[in-house]
Design a protein around this ligand. Sequence first.
Ligand code: ATP
Ligand code: MG
Length: 435
Amino acid sequence: MKILDQPEESAPPGSAISYAGLIEKIEILRSTLRWSSKLERPEIEKLLRQASSLRDEVMQLSHKERFVQAAGAEPKRVDQTPGARRQGLLERSFIFEGTFGDNPKLLEALEIAEKAAPTDLPVLIDGESGTGKELMAKVIHANGSRGDKPYISVNCGAIPDNLLESELFGHKKGAFTGASNDRKGKFESAHTGTIFLDEIGELPLTGQVKLLRVLEAHEIQRVGSDELIAVDTRIVAATNRNLRRFCEEGRFREDLFYRLSVIHLTLPPLRERRDEIPLLLAYFGDEAAATLKRRPVRMSPRLRDFLKNYDYPGNIRELRNVIYRLACLAADTADLEHLPLDIRPKSALSSAMNDAQAPGGGSIVATSLSEAKRTASDEAERAFLERGLQEVGGTVAELARRFEMNRSHLQMLLKKHGLHSKDFRAAAAQRDKEA
Ligand SMILES: Nc1ncnc2c1ncn2[C@@H]1O[C@H](COP(=O)(O)OP(=O)(O)OP(=O)(O)O)[C@@H](O)[C@H]1O
Ligand SMILES: [Mg+2]
């Protein structure tokens, strides 16, 4: 029987053992154990020694080494300028449905994605909301050997607990009330392709146990069925949570975290890659012009200045939305007054207030000032809700969760402003179709 080809002694100190390599060795050990019908005592002892030496090696790798080395065996090319690294990615026909510049943090994430793509190793992507995690998951899928196979996205935060198992693994007819037919789950649909587990940090602990089982056994069981179905699915997960902290707090299983994060990449927030902003402004300016069938909108210098220095808590998604808004509202040249009220600089707000005053000047009585305040506050509220709905693709339950608001109160506010969630769902579906 073939156990492990590698020599049994542990590697000499200082040798570069990658975390990915270690995981692979552990997998070989596991399948040896799983598939062997009978093992002799010396073989068992040998396997146990190998297991314990592997465990020591894993323990010795610092977190940093794990993540960096997992990106590939190649040493980092420190001599290359960011421009050359960017050019290198483009020349190697790296598929990226977006734009990127010379920012070293982003380049690092892209280079990791490039190296991870052709493997089947699980990837965990983290980063603030709107930093491009989903886009990155698609990039990893598109650049790998499964690029022409299914890519199935699951939002773990949006599935009610009682439907989770059926959603992920499918069910048999009659398994529970309402299960009127046999149904495939997401894992089966993603067979031979990639499954994207979005918002993995929201997965309840019960779901985490079930997911761990699939990751270990590569097989699933539909709810209500005894049959084991083998699934060959590459896993990419994403979160805007700090999963390491979640593990410490007991909200996320540590074993699942390590299973998912063989390759771990972090997308920097936009405020840490400001040098990319001009590129993104041009990119989305052209995209918005094409979508709205208009000439690209020009920007006043003070607006451009603002957009280059703004903090973008909603990251790239927020920048994109702002540009679409400008392209929709401005005639030829956009200015500060076209910005959403909640981010508009104070100076522009007060000049807008002045513009709103009665034409002949006249006395501003208390009632008109309070009227002006109310209008401004209403407008800010509406813009806030509108932006939120755009970000969640029109799902009110999700928006209520994000805003930590009571759902019926949120429904009431939407009604007050005449905002219809279905319009945003339709717009999101349209965007997905175009993407
Ligand atoms: N480098 C980029 N070039 C062009 N567009 C980008 C880039 N990065 C992200 N985007 C766009 O920004 C928007 C937000 O990206 P995405 O949905 O991938 O973010 P996310 O991190 O998954 O957000 P969330 O945590 O809120 O789900 C999308 O429209 C995406 O296409
Ligand atoms: Mg996302």
